[in-house]
Design a binder for this molecule. Structure first.
Ligand SMILES: Cc1ncc(COP(=O)(O)O)c(C=O)c1O
Length: 428
């Protein structure tokens, strides 16, 4: 082959390999993988999501992208600062050690020493007779509904209550109840409870229970003030209602209000608390209340499939969290306040002043989902809680320094989406 022939042959070969690589890249992309040939220097999946969002906004119908487009976008710094929830924490080596060494038995037989100790200690902290370890806060709340109501009853709750908003319709499915909302914004007073409760008549649902949430998740980690809660429960008694507290983050409320958990739990028949949120245990919640109520709760737990066997491994993690990671929640509250202040300084952003570890903010003129994606591309994970509302949650797996960095990057993300004039602009 002459020189010209060799050059022609080489060019054909290059084109052949290029075409093959591109086809292979497309196949890899369709399978949700990164293109193989440029693996090392391709940005992470978050950037592809952002590109997809941009293309969609521009009216593109096919999910394609070019490498050039991808490399122009900011590289997400690793690892991501995860502020989506305080449920994302991972057990520390010390917690894992406590779990690995836990004494265990069959808890359905009531023979697991670690579970029994966790239940004893939780009841003690909350000032109630008895506690029941359950897999989740959802199950704990649902058992409370089963305890206090009959099918067809109505339960009064505050706006956005987890028990109705985030539990997959379980209240209607298992206890067979419907919900009536009292007040606005999650908290409510005695008068609002009385207005929401149905009068007694054959044609009304029977109002049998009031549920409060402290701290209130969707209201931005708001504390239900003690005096207000006491007045609401006093009104509930006048109306003949039982009272349940969803205290998934009661630890936060107690610390921030400088009150004991027992005092905040005192007015209620049952209280649900979580070990798997700010306290940082991998799994678990507890329902507390009277011995009689908890005997029946144990039965409902079994009915819902929540009877666990050597659950002491999990209980040991929860117990470790309770004893070692409760006092430090104040660090998360400080970080949340700092983050709230930083976000509030941006044009077009309204922040609910954080009382505990949740920072809830609203954008005046932009889609929250776009800020979520822009933040993700900058290595910060947050959640949209509505079309224009977002949430960032501080917890023990993010240091105050990381929260500071997250505040800067969130500021950049907001500016990229909202612009500095407050108008909604496309991503840069
Ligand atoms: C206020 C509140 N109650 C209950 C739950 C449910 O807990 P779980 O996710 O363990 O079911 C949550 C979860 O975030 C919550 O925020």
């Amino acid at each position: 082959m002459g020189g010209l022939g060799r050059a022609f042959h080489a060019r054909c070969e290059t084109q052949f390999h290029e075409r093959g690589r591109r086809t292979d890249d497309r196949a890899q992309t369709r399978l949700g993988r990164r293109p193989r040939a440029a693996e090392a220097d391709w940005p992470s999946g978050a950037v592809f999501l952002e590109i997809a969002a941009r293309r969609k906004a521009a009216g593109a119908t096919r999910r394609t992208y070019s490498s050039l487009e991808a490399t122009r976008l900011p590289m997400p710094p690793e690892p991501a600062i995860d502020l989506r929830s305080d449920t994302v924490t991972r057990p520390s080596p010390a917690m894992r050690e406590a779990m690995a060494n836990a004494a265990v038995g069959d808890d359905v037989y009531g023979e697991d020493p670690s579970v029994l100790e966790l239940e004893r200690r939780t009841a003690e902290i909350l000032g109630k007779e008895s506690a029941l370890f359950v897999p989740s806060g959802t199950m704990s709340n649902q058992i409370a509904l089963l305890l206090h109501t009959r099918p067809g009853d109505e339960v009064v709750i505050g706006e956005g209550a987890h028990i109705a908003y985030y539990e997959s319709g379980a209240g209607a499915a298992w206890a067979g109840v419907q919900f009536a909302i009292a007040g606005k914004g999650g908290l409510f007073d005695a008068e609002e409870l009385a207005a929401a409760a149905k009068p007694k008549a054959d044609y009304h649902p029977r109002t049998s229970l009031v549920c409060l949430e402290n701290t209130h998740n969707r209201a931005g980690g708001r504390i239900f003030p003690e005096q207000l809660a006491m007045a609401v429960v006093a009104e509930a008694r006048t109306l003949g209602l039982a009272a349940h507290l969803d205290g998934a983050r009661l630890w936060h409320a107690a610390l921030a209000a400088n009150q004991s958990e027992a005092r905040l739990a005192a007015p209620f028949d049952t209280v649900s608390v979580c070990f798997s949120k700010g306290l940082g245990a991998p799994v678990g919640s507890a329902l507390v209340g009277s011995r009689d109520a908890l005997r029946l709760a144990r039965r409902y737990r079994k009915m819902l499939g929540g009877g666990m066997r050597q659950a002491g491994i999990l209980a040991a993690g929860a117990l470790y969290a309770l004893e070692h990671q409760r006092a430090r929640l104040g660090d998360d509250h400080r970080s949340a306040r700092e983050l709230g202040r930083a976000l509030g300084g941006h044009h077009g952003v309204r922040v609910v002043e954080p009382q505990t570890n949740i920072v809830s903010f609203t954008l005046e003129s932009a889609a929250a989902s776009r800020v979520v994606e822009a933040a993700r591309a900058r290595g910060v994970l947050i959640n949209a809680t509505g079309p224009s509302t977002l949430r960032a949650v501080t917890h023990l797996d993010v240091s105050s320094e990381q929260v500071r960095r997250a505040a800067e990057r969130l500021g950049e993300a907001i500016a990229a989406v909202v612009g500095t004039s407050g108008s909604t602009e496309d991503l840069p």
